[in-house]
Design a protein around this ligand. Structure first.
Ligand code: CA
Length: 230
């Protein structure tokens, strides 16, 4: 089972997260300051790091930056509510995701699964260079930025196309609203994940509803996924 490092100086939160993670079967390492966190992230053989931003010694942002100089280990930042600067800085430093405190443990667990899964795929997948992505009858041509369903061209806006492309590039992996927001819209929409839901609705109208199929699925508490047909 994966080993998770929790870098958090608030003992109550650290203890709570540790118990929940252990209950799920994870191994857990705890660090209560930035320097210990950095050391364990690099040398304790951990598979994922939960990293608080406000830490004594070294800030979470700085820990993240230094870890990224040496390691690709997935990092989920824990940020104070609505601190947009911290979120942007964390993602700039190479964090994979972030959670706003206070968080629901189920959502944290879901994001941990997503990050571990994504990392595992990244490591094992041979880089396939292709100009076309597809699922079922849906085909995306990356060179011409066009999408077809059953041979019929879909009239998608630029953002709709980009959203669909990102989902298809991550086929069979649940992606969070924040990942979609960051990768498709960039930072100017930071925190406004409603825009993602709105565009998912547009895509569903143009594909799922129009052709009577179910291409884009909702993953509760996480985001969205496009899966290969079973
Ligand atoms: Ca803290």
């Amino acid at each position: 089972m994966a080993k998770i490092l929790v870098v958090e100086d608030e003992a109550k939160i650290a203890r709570f997260v540790e118990l929940e993670l252990k209950y799920e079967g994870y191994e857990v390492e705890i660090a209560s300051d930035g320097r210990t966190g950095l050391d364990k992230a690099l040398h304790a053989g951990v598979d994922l790091v939960l990293l608080d931003i406000m830490l004594p010694g070294l800030s979470g942002i700085e820990v993240c930056r230094r870890v990224r100089m040496e390691s690709e280990v997935p990092i989920i930042m824990l940020t104070a509510k609505d601190d947009v600067t911290d979120k942007v800085a964390g993602l700039d430093m190479g964090a994979d995701d972030y959670m706003t405190k206070p968080f629901a443990i189920e959502e944290l667990l879901a994001r941990i699964r997503v990050a571990l899964n994504r990392h595992a795929k990244k490591g094992s997948a041979e880089p396939v260079k292709t100009d076309e992505l597809e699922v079922g009858e849906l085909k995306l041509n990356l060179a011409s930025h066009s999408a077809h369903y059953g041979g019929e061209e879909l009239a998608l806006t630029k953002k709709e196309y980009e959203l669909l492309e990102y989902l298809l590039k991550n086929k069979n992996i649940a992606v969070t609203r924040e990942q979609l927001l960051n990768n498709v819209w960039g930072y100017e929409y930071f925190g406004d994940t409603n825009v993602v839901d709105v565009y998912i609705r547009y895509l569903r109208q143009k594909i799922d509803d129009k052709y009577g199929v179910h291409i884009i699925s909702t993953v509760r508490g996480v985001g969205y996924i496009i899966k290969d047909e079973r």
